[in-house]
Write a new protein. Sequence first.
Length: 234
Amino acid sequence: MKTNKEIRALSTATEIRAVKTDGKMRLSGLAIPYGVRSTDLGGFVEIAKAGLVTRSLREQPDVLALRDHDGSKLLGRTSANTLTLRDTPSGLAFDLVLPDTEVGRDTYENVRLGNLSGVSWGFNTRKDSWAQVDGQTVRTLHDIDLAEISPTSFPAYGKATSVSLRSCPPEIRSLLSDLGDIILGGDDDDKDDDEECPCGEHDEDGKCTCPDSEDQDSDDTRHARLQLAIRRIR
């Protein structure tokens, strides 16, 4: 089943802390930093704008805390008051009371030891914008539906998903398409070749059979090629 859910991870040792209070294992830190540029996500960087979760926190009373985005490894949830989220000027802060379970104890110990130093977040985009700033493509997230946060072992600020680029304007997508041209230049036996062209029609040599395909490289075609390129470099 296809989903519009995107995942981002911030890896900074100071962003998540493990403490014990009243005999309870707790994690706290910053789940989403505001106004901070991500690392390169496949031709663009991303910024979370202050207030992007204000509506979501008001309208969606249940946000989950998971380990590495695994639904079977539940650590807490806002509806149970085991996860508390606070919108601050610097970002979305959280406080999580961990369960006395194997995954809860394991998560606490790994954060305490520094093995887990990142917090990741899963979301659906409601509103974003794209711009060229000093020669760099920048995506700004204005409004999201926050689904979950996750202490994570994944490094860096995530990787681009095909969902991220669906809202990218054609004029910016055309600039990003150079990445697809470079990566797709060589031979590849990947079974997703049909996704290089929106029509999905290819001849025996793998070339697109769309009308006028040799003379016209549409925005949608370049966009699809970029998606395939990004998946291959993950």
